[in-house]
Ligand binder design. Structure first.
Ligand SMILES: [Zn+2]
Length: 140
């Protein structure tokens, strides 16, 4: 990756962070599955009350994915939930240093499942290291 590409990714991350915070849900729509089944086109939608945001261009720059004609992102791979995978990757890039717990009912970190004594700690000074769980994915 060149310096210019890195700067472009960073700029896209900062722009998306303005309206996508830890604890938010990212909806995905499956637009197309390739004939071979080896790649699919997935569109990302953020629902905000009556409005829907379509940040596919920003996501494509962050994840280095090509966009199909209908705005969706072309992602390779099969045999797992690629919608989950896409949103997990997005969270990992956007919150590279992890994230502070957004609180009970909002937080999707698996720390609350795995961490034993710490699992019920939803205080804001609780830091989760894996940014991939900052965002929740749901199919539309
Ligand atoms: Zn948490």
């Amino acid at each position: 990756m060149t310096k210019a590409q890195k700067a472009d990714r960073q700029e896209a991350i900062e722009r998306l962070r303005e309206f996508l915070k830890p604890g938010d849900t990212v909806h995905t729509i499956l637009d197309h599955v390739s004939r071979s089944g080896m790649s699919r086109t997935i569109r990302v939608v953020l629902l905000r009350g009556d409005d829907a945001l379509h940040p596919n261009y920003l996501v494509s720059r962050i994840l280095g994915l090509r966009q199909a004609k209908g705005d969706g992102l072309v992602i390779g791979g099969c045999g797992m939930d690629m919608g989950f995978q896409l949103v997990y990757l997005l969270g990992s890039y956007m919150f590279r240093d992890g994230f502070d717990c957004p609180g009970k009912g909002k937080c999707h970190s698996n720390d609350h499942v795995n961490m034993g004594d710490e699992r019920d700690n939803y205080s804001p000074d609780k830091h989760h290291r894996d940014g991939g769980y900052a965002l929740k994915q749901r199919w539309l």
